[in-house]
Structure formats: structure tokens, C-alpha cells
Design a protein. Structure first.
Lengths: 271, 273
């Protein structure tokens, strides 16, 4: 394969809103977005509430359909594939969600949760081979093998997010979409999970579309970043270009609003 | 103005008891802003609930919380009621759940003014409008009749602040007031809080897990971990020259961008990465 792993061209998604009395209007959640993610790289999409970043993530996961434009994964247009071909394609892309408490079924053992995406595959290993695969996936994210027999409530938020990452990696996907995957975590745990994602990228050549509102996190983890505002990608570039030399006013506003330790002593000076 | 001395809070558990705050002492002066920082389960919210007398009934406390010399922990519900709102205002994290969905912004702000001061309806409404302007709600004359669901998160939090200010308290407690908000909105809300402390001479207890927020908006900082006070002092001293290993770890876990501005502190180098 040549070219980027994920290529999004002129993607648009309109939602029809029904107001009282039957009147309808249309909301353009994603508006002409184009971006490309190279294999083995981490591309962050950063933006505030309602900017369309989660809609973008859902379309890349083929959980929603675009109104216009294309999403190519490994060269194939996801929305031109037959349902059967799309189902096969799904093994190549997995998702990690924000809330590690809501995204794991509390009634299932961790082993069953992590193995679940394998049901998609006709050629998935069974029996002892499957158990071994689950154990490898758990160990890959820094969890002990015996975690497989335990249940989500026995784990902390950071450990649950490791379980969610193990589940995402079990089909050996080409792309992982992480939607605010560290936003619900305490700072020290957030730093650990970011380091885990970076090490998985380095060890397995993982490609990540990382959706976040947090610029500090973008700086830590991403190679390239796209800044989204009101459905549009207003600025795209390497993390260093965009964060150190922002071209757009909106990017500058976003950067300036982030509270940092540079704010120390400001209060006294203002007073 | 407020002095917390040797405060411990525990909840009965089967067998032993769960101690969520252990022997914490801290003071807030008039016009001073105190930051309380800690991760989940550090006890920072329990400390603030104790200060406004809202701990669950099953909580067992020891030590004292002195507001101008009077111990809040020893007060009955009647006395606490006259203190809440009038002496201490509280701002919560989730403005959507903290506000009453069935009342307009104006009614909720005016409610306390009418109940506590016996002010008439029209006068209370006029005061509510002044408060909405004070927290810089755009188009306040129209917004006063809006319901919470018709407002954005930032506007709701402004209404929350207006309610907390309605009875002109001396002390505001803000528990993660901007955690649910976008950064650009967060900045506006923090600017308003800074301004209230500066203009009205309010004291502020700002509870946050975000050291960037603590750095920009507080004079002094208390770092908590698992119910204990880890260290306390002027915010600049605590963040630039942390004495406790826990505080150093917390700073080291910050994204580089947030840590930037501290300069190269040899004690932190290589900590996070």
C-alpha cells in the first residue's frame, strides 16, 4: 500500500433537526474536512465542545455515514464497500472511549471483554490459543495475566483504560480511534496511559486518530494535529508548527486560554 | 476569617471506619484566595462540604472549622441555614445539575434574596438582573427569563456564580467550577472569579485538580492526597519549590506545555518522561 493509512477527503455530515411544529433545519456537524494520517503516526484532532470532533471519529469508525466526502482506510473507501466487505474491514479499526466505567460491560470478565472483538473474525483462534492471545494483549498493556478472570469493578480507572486498549488491540487493527481516551483520568494516570500509547506505537507501529480537547495532551502524544472549530478543520500541521507557530486566530485563542504554570504570580501583578 | 483546625472526617464502615480527611489545618484570610488541589479521593470535596455544613449525616467529624471564631461543626441546622448563602456561597462543578431545571435563571437568583432578606418580588428581580450583569451574561434582560436547558454550560455556571453572590457572602467555595467547561469558557469564568476577589474583597476557596487553574487564580495552595494535607503555602512557593515528593510528582505528571513557565527546575527534570 502506498499513501496514507487514513485519508479523509472533503468530509461533510449534516444532521436534520426537527423543531416544534414539524419545521426542520439542518446542522452541519462536519464541514468539508480533509486530513491524512500516515501509518505509524499519531494524529490529534483538538477542539471544544460541539466542534464536530466526535462526529468525525464516529464516521471514521463507520458508526455513522457521511453526507458527503470519502473516508479511505488502506486505500478502500469505507462507504463504497459492500456490508460484508465493511464488516471484514472493521477488524482494521478499533476504538477506545472516554469513560472507562461506561465502556466495559460490568457483567463480563475482563478476559471475555478483551476477546469480544475476535467474534468479528472468521479466522480467530479458539480455546487455548484464544486464552493465550488475551493474556498477551493484557501483558502488552501492562496488566497481569490473571486480570482475565476478574471483573471491571475490581480495577481502577487507569487499569480499566488499559483493558479498553487491550480490547482495541486484540484484532491487531491498523488504526485506533481514541475519543477523549485520557480525559476522565487523574493526571498521574493520564501520563501513564499516554506513555503506554506512545510505547505501543513504537513497538507495534500503531496508527492513532486521537480526539481530544486538551492541548497539553496533544503536545505530549501527537505527531500531527488538526484544530477543529464549528465543523471545520481550521489549521493542520505538525504539532510543533501548530502549537509553536499558530497561523489561525482560533488556534491562538485556544492556546492562550489553556491555564499553565506560567500563570504563577499573575494574580499579584494584577492586584 | 476561616480557620480549619485538625479537621478529620470519617464514615462508618463495616468493621472499621473510612477516614476521608485526616487532621487537616488551613486558614483563609479576608480577600485571599486559597487553592485546594488533589487527585480523585484526596478529600478535597469533603473538606469543602464540611465547611458549608453539607456533609452526609453519617459523617463523623473532629477538630474545628472556625468562621470568625465560631465553630461550624458545632452548629445546628437552623444556624447553618443562616450561614449558607449569607456568609458562605457555594459554586458547584456541574451547573446543569446544580441548577433547578424548572425555574428561570432570575427566579433562582432571586429565591435566596427573597427568603433571607424578605425582599419584594420586583426588587429581588432587579437585584438578580444586576447580578447577571456582574457575571457578564450577555443580553441579561432576556436571559433572566431563560431556563437552564436554554443556556450554554458557561452561561449556566455564570448563573451559579450569581446565585452564590446573591446574599453578598464573605466566602465563596468553588468546587471544580470549570472542570466541565471548554478552555475558552473556563478562562472567562476564572476571570470573573478573580475579579470578584479583587473588587469585592471576597475570600475564595478554589478546589481543583488542575494545577494550571490553581497557579493563575490562587494566593495560597493546600495540596491534599488521601485525606491528608501534604503541603501548604503561597501558591508560587508550593509550585516553584515544592517541598513534598507528592507535589513534585503531581507537577512532573503535567503536560510539558502546562509545566512551561516554571523554568528548568533540576528537581523536576526527567520526572515525567
Amino acid at each position: 500500500m502506498t499513501g496514507p493509512l487514513l485519508a479523509i477527503e472533503n468530509l461533510t455530515r449534516d444532521y436534520v433537526l426537527r423543531a416544534k411544529g414539524g419545521a426542520t433545519r439542518s446542522l452541519r456537524a462536519v464541514d468539508g474536512v480533509s486530513l491524512a494520517v500516515e501509518a505509524g503516526s499519531i494524529f490529534a484532532v483538538v477542539g471544544e465542545s460541539g466542534c464536530g470532533k466526535s462526529t468525525l471519529a464516529r464516521i471514521v469508525m463507520a458508526l455513522d455515514r457521511p453526507t458527503g466526502g470519502t473516508v479511505r482506510l488502506g486505500g478502500d473507501d469505507l462507504f463504497a464497500l459492500s456490508p460484508k466487505a465493511l464488516a471484514r474491514k472493521r477488524r482494521d479499526v478499533q476504538m477506545v472511549f472516554q469513560d472507562p466505567y461506561g465502556s466495559l460491560n460490568p457483567r463480563h470478565s475482563v478476559g471475555r471483554i478483551v476477546a469480544e472483538p475476535l467474534h468479528l473474525l472468521d479466522d480467530a483462534p479458539k480455546g487455548r490459543d484464544r486464552t493465550a492471545l488475551v493474556v498477551r494483549a493484557l501483558e502488552d498493556v501492562g496488566l497481569p495475566a490473571h486480570a482475565a478472570e476478574r471483573y471491571p469493578h475490581e480495577f481502577s480507572g487507569g487499569q480499566r483504560q488499559r483493558i479498553a486498549i487491550a480490547r482495541a488491540l486484540i484484532t491487531n487493527p491498523k488504526l485506533v480511534v481514541a475519543d477523549e481516551a485520557v480525559s476522565a483520568l487523574d493526571l498521574s494516570i493520564q501520563a501513564q496511559i499516554l506513555r503506554l500509547i506512545l510505547s505501543l506505537r513504537d513497538r507495534h507501529g500503531l496508527t492513532v486518530l486521537f480526539i481530544t480537547h486538551n492541548i497539553g495532551v496533544v503536545d505530549e502524544i501527537a505527531d500531527r494535529v488538526g484544530v477543529m472549530q464549528a465543523g471545520r478543520l481550521v489549521e493542520t500541521g505538525t504539532v510543533r508548527e501548530v502549537l509553536d507557530h499558530p497561523r489561525e486566530d482560533y488556534t491562538r485563542t485556544l492556546l492562550a486560554a489553556e491555564p499553565t504554570l506560567a500563570g504563577l504570580g499573575q494574580r499579584r501583578r494584577r492586584a | 476569617m476561616l480557620a480549619i483546625r485538625h479537621l478529620s472526617i470519617a464514615f462508618p464502615r463495616a468493621g472499621a471506619e473510612a477516614r476521608v480527611v485526616e487532621d487537616v489545618s488551613v486558614e483563609v484570610g479576608r480577600g485571599e484566595s486559597l487553592g485546594i488541589v488533589g487527585e480523585s479521593g484526596s478529600g478535597k470535596s469533603m473538606l469543602s462540604l464540611a465547611t458549608i455544613g453539607l456533609l452526609p449525616k453519617s459523617a463523623r467529624t473532629s477538630g474545628e472549622i472556625l468562621l470568625d471564631g465560631k465553630n461550624i461543626l458545632g452548629m445546628g441546622e437552623r444556624e447553618l441555614c443562616s450561614l449558607r448563602g449569607r456568609r458562605i456561597g457555594m459554586i458547584f462543578q456541574e451547573p446543569m445539575t446544580a441548577l433547578n431545571p424548572a425555574m428561570t435563571a432570575g427566579e433562582q437568583i432571586a429565591e435566596g434574596i427573597r427568603l433571607h432578606r424578605g425582599t419584594g418580588r420586583a426588587e429581588a428581580r432587579a437585584e438578580a438582573l444586576r447580578l447577571l450583569d456582574r457575571v457578564r451574561i450577555p443580553d441579561s434582560a432576556r436571559r433572566i427569563d431563560s431556563y437552564p436547558h436554554e443556556m450554554s454550560g458557561g452561561q449556566r455556571q455564570r448563573v451559579g456564580i450569581a446565585i452564590a453572590l446573591a446574599l453578598k457572602p464573605d466566602l465563596l467555595i468553588a468546587d471544580e467550577p470549570t472542570t466541565a467547561l471548554d478552555v475558552t469558557v473556563q478562562k472567562e469564568i476564572l476571570d470573573i472569579l478573580d475579579e470578584l476577589v479583587a473588587d469585592l474583597g471576597l475570600s475564595l476557596i478554589l478546589i481543583s485538580h488542575d494545577l494550571g487553574v490553581i497557579a493563575r487564580s490562587t494566593d495560597r495552595t493546600l495540596v491534599m492526597c488521601r485525606g491528608r494535607a501534604i503541603e501548604e503555602g503561597p501558591t508560587e512557593r508550593v509550585l516553584r519549590h515544592p517541598a513534598a515528593p507528592y507535589t513534585r510528582d503531581l507537577i512532573a505528571a503535567l503536560p510539558r506545555r502546562v509545566r512551561a513557565g516554571l523554568g528548568e527546575d533540576p528537581a523536576l527534570a526527567g520526572g515525567a518522561r
